[in-house]
Design a binder for this molecule. Structure first.
Ligand code: DGL
Length: 271
């Protein structure tokens, strides 16, 4: 038995961890942030795959039978290859899940106009993962995406609630809505973005539904564990959470507290 692993390039996955722990506090969790190499958003497929696989292997070493890629960029660029190539040959009894499919599933129940927008990193937008997933599930829905290259750096550098962030939030939202004025639902397809929620709400027309992911990923994971008793039995249930980072632990502690509204101690790891 072991904890559920949650991985992100940096701090963003903490919004997913928070959603999951709020819904299922009974399990043990391990969070790993590759802060030293974040952001992943502008990196190539090969590099995101290599980094993500290293992180998954580390979480396996730490005893996790199940790992959630709490990162859209990693889910878009690495998940499929890990699931289809790495796991069957190297760790057939472990599972790795992503955040794109469960988020895409939600769209069908929320959009009335069937026009959906996605805000995400350059890597996630270029991969077209959301467009492909949503159009497969809901063929009548049209999906447009907008990369927001400045949003992750604003969050990682603790600038997300400062006045300088307003320009970039407004600019990316305008670019998205210009592409398709009929959009009534916007997916925040990057786990860092909920930190910018106050500013996004300020500049987003009120009739548009915003979808941050934490709540929906938690719902989907709960459903997964109900359907997979063999995995449920392998998750340890002590209600603990441990944090690991590839960067300095002081920096992690300072920023993680902003995401989680509580002080956490991290341990440094090398991938
Ligand atoms: N938070 C991650 C995501 O959801 C990645 C951000 C980054 O490293 O660029 O896409």
């Amino acid at each position: 038995m072991g904890p559920i692993g949650v991985f992100d390039s940096g701090f963003g996955g903490l919004t997913i961890l928070d959603g999951i722990r709020t819904r299922m506090p009974e399990y043990d969790y391990v969070y790993l942030g590759d802060n030293a190499r974040a952001p992943y958003g502008t990196r190539s497929f090969d590099i995101v795959y290599e980094f993500t696989l290293q992180a998954v292997k580390k979480l396996f070493e730490l005893g996790c039978p199940l790992v959630i890629l709490g990162c859209n960029t990693a889910s878009a660029k690495a998940l499929r290859t890990i699931q289809q190539t790495y796991l069957p040959n190297n760790a057939p009894d472990r599972r790795v899940l992503g955040v794109i499919r469960p988020t895409a599933e939600v769209v069908g129940t929320l959009s009335r106009t069937h026009h959906v927008g996605v805000l995400a990193t350059e890597g996630t937008i270029k991969s077209e993962s959301y467009k492909l997933e949503i159009e497969k599930l809901y063929p009548e829905t049209s999906v447009v995406g907008q990369a927001c290259p400045m949003w992750v750096p604003l969050v990682e550098n603790n600038e997300f609630n400062k006045p300088g962030a307003d320009y970039f939030v407004k600019d990316s939202l305008n670019k998205l809505l210009t592409q398709d004025p009929k959009i009534d639902t916007i997916i925040l397809g990057c786990t860092h973005y909920p930190l910018l929620m106050d500013k996004i709400r300020l500049y987003c027309p009120k009739n548009i539904t915003l979808i941050p992911q934490g709540h929906y990923i938690a719902e989907s994971l709960q459903d997964y564990l109900h359907r997979h008793k063999e995995m449920y039995d392998r998750i340890s249930k002590g209600g603990t959470c441990k944090y690991y980072t590839t960067e300095s632990t002081d920096k992690f502690t300072e920023s993680a507290s902003v995401f989680l509204h509580e002080r956490v101690e991290a341990e440094k790891v090398t991938l």
